[in-house]
Design a protein around this ligand. Sequence first.
Ligand SMILES: [Zn+2]
Length: 345
Amino acid sequence: MNSIERTLLTLEHRQPDRVPVDLHNFLVTARMMGANSYADFFRDGAAMAEGQIKAWQRFGHDVLLVENGTAALAEACGVQVEYLSDSAPVAKVPAIESLDEVDQLKIPDPYMDPRLSELLKATRIVVEEIGDKAFIIGRADQGPFSLASEIRGLSNFLMDLAMGKQLEQIHKLLDYCRQAVYRYAMAQIEQGAHCTSIGDSPSGPDLISPKYYRKFAYPYVKQLVADLKASNVMLSYHICGNATPIIEDMISTKATIIEIDQKADMQICKEAARGKTTLLGPIDPSEIMAKGTPEMVTEKCREALEILAPGGGFILGPGCALPATTPDENIDAMIETAKKYGRYH
Ligand SMILES: [Zn+2]
């Protein structure tokens, strides 16, 4: 059984030979490639593809996540992004100074945009090289709420929500973001990716209340999932931080995969997800994967497998992006644990 068969059976809530493993490892690929400047690496589609393939040859994980952080789509929408020499690019200056400017935003064409087109190239090369052996997720970057918070500036956007004075413009911005994400997601699939994904962590309970989540984040993801499903496209939906209070909502978006991290309650998430969605995660990327020992990784992975693997619908992986400093032997320990303790038969 190869990684694609293993992953597809998992997504159908059936039991393959063992639990598949995903790596959220774009920073690790930059380190493995010996990139002098991450700023150049994360703008170079061919280099990013080579890094992903090299990491796959080294670790043999089942699921690849092709991306370069949280700021690519935002940049295409007009946000000023800072490219760091030793970490992921970050959104710096918002694209709009007031909600009145929302009407001027244009939906980017991912094929014409200089950054997004490099990311599409990365996905295309990875698919061409190993897309018949590994399950490839071409990440469509940020979800509607997260993208809106980059375009408007996070603190400004949270203030807009709290004031609640320009609700029509707020919803216009979120709807613009939903359309921008949809277009980029479809372009990722057009490169041959098996699945696409979004990160929408600023909409999680660590930052806004479930009440606000339901009003300003949920409807847009639900619509996005429905639109993608109309073309048979699967979405993986990432909110790191403690997503437990909104896990039922996240699942009811009907996203194929829900990515959770170490703060989420595994028992509650498993009960809620059973037969409805596949959970991905939830190993602590920083304290365990980057700073822990292989023994600690094994222990945490075993615990997660015990709770989340029964009945299928589980992909083992880090709860968020692995830091570049994550030791290779910790990644090996994660994969070995899935092979040893994640077996179904
Ligand atoms: Zn995350």
